[in-house]
Design a protein around this ligand. Structure first.
Ligand SMILES: *Cc1c(COP(=O)(O)O)cnc(C)c1O
Length: 373
């Protein structure tokens, strides 16, 4: 029998050889707190409204969808403008998850011969999508407390002159938001070095203590803020991400997006969800309260907790994070091991899920927690 073909046997691009696919485990356990989803199913009224809107869309499925998703972008602009900074539909672009938005940004502003820089630990997809678009990736520095060190960032930008810079606020996996002054300093340094496109991933901003960075867009055409309906809107299965930027950035993306990339069904579903924004943001308030409760409980157990503006918490430290991860899993609680030595990340679930997690952590405590100061 011939042996099965491996990926590396194929005439695949050299930079993809030996790489691993994005792989948060999708395990069927009672308490799943590993991918920062919203634990609340969509409210029944919204489910019914989606069915209505999708039925309507189905009647027109013989036609291609609105290529430029004008109605959806108008509603998203209205949603963004709620923060007090008016955002026009022409400043908004939507795609199948913010991951696709990021891919389109890299197709237009990165690519072969170009460099993207992010500050790790951060969202691993920034590096993976860079690689997938042929963009070189460089990991920039962070302080030991995981905040972005402006001086070190300035030095890295001046030295490497990246074409695209990624920031993530609140940062995944560590949870902390970046101060607007820091974003501004990085933006200025990136402009002085190249100029380059600065992308701020605000996937979790609705959970933040502070404000969105949307107010920084005015007068900064190379600044992009990405958002998603996967987290605060509790609609990870919908696949709807979007950005706000100068209208010229949106025009640039029209050059690389696939025509009709956003199906009529997706557009209809997202529009239905946006009609229920207030209910969905109500869940966000509950989750924020739960986050603060879980953070306090973890600290009371003697664990280190990174201050969180998101719907997850980075906690530690463990002598062996992998062993701690397994001990929790044995008790039916799935959290995330991002490979950051000593640390684990837990998504905030329902009150009952969080209680199950905290009860499980107490047992880990005994086995593996160790002072590392
Ligand atoms: C979850 C997450 C996203 C969401 O990506 P989608 O493609 O919109 O589901 C984006 N950025 C960060 C930092 C995330 O953690």
């Amino acid at each position: 029998m011939t042996r099965p073909t491996r990926v590396d046997d194929l005439p695949i691009r050299d930079e993809l050889r030996g790489q691993h696919a994005y792989g948060a485990p999708q395990l069927d356990v009672p308490v799943r707190l590993n991918t920062n989803e919203n634990p609340h199913p969509l409210p029944e009224a919204l489910v019914a409204r989606i069915a209505e809107r999708v039925t309507e869309a189905a009647r027109g499925l013989n036609r291609y969808p609105d290529r430029d998703a004008v109605e959806l972008r108008t509603r998203l602009a209205e949603y963004l403008s709620r923060g007090g900074v008016p955002i026009a539909p022409a400043q908004v672009w939507a795609a199948n998850g913010s991951n696709e938005v990021i891919q389109q940004l890299l197709q237009a502003f990165g690519g072969p011969g170009r460099l993207a820089l992010g500050f790790d630990p951060s969202y691993s997809m920034h590096a993976l999508i860079s690689r997938g678009t042929g963009t070189a990736w460089l990991s920039g520095p962070r302080r030991a407390d995981f905040t972005v060190d402006v001086e070190a960032a300035r030095a890295a930008l001046a030295e490497h002159r990246p074409h695209v810079v990624f920031l993530c606020s609140p940062n995944n996996p560590t949870g902390t938001a970046i101060e607007p002054e820091t974003v501004l300093a990085v933006y200025e340094a990136a402009q002085a070095a190249r100029p380059s496109l600065v992308v701020v991933d605000e996937a979790y901003v609705e959970f933040s203590h502070g404000r969105s960075l949307l107010e920084l867009l005015d007068g900064r055409p190379n600044l992009v803020i990405t958002r998603t309906m996967s987290k605060a809107f509790g609609a990870a299965g919908l696949r709807l991400g979007y950005l706000a930027a100068d209208p010229a950035v949106v025009e640039a993306l029209l050059l690389v997006r696939l025509p009709y990339h956003l199906s009529s069904v997706t557009q209809a579903t997202a529009l239905a969800a946006l009609e229920h924004t207030d209910t969905l943001l109500g869940y966000v308030e509950q989750l924020k309260a739960e986050r603060d409760r879980v953070a306090a409980a973890l600290a009371a157990l003697g664990l280190e907790v990174v201050p969180s503006d998101a719907n997850f918490i980075q906690f530690g430290r463990f002598a062996d994070a992998d062993a701690a991860w397994r001990t929790l899993l044995d008790q039916g609680v799935l959290v995330r091991d991002n490979g950051l030595p000593g640390w684990l990340r837990v998504s905030i679930g329902t009150e009952a899920e969080n209680d199950a997690f905290l009860a499980a952590v107490k047992s880990v405590d005994v086995v593996t927690k160790k002072e590392q100061q």
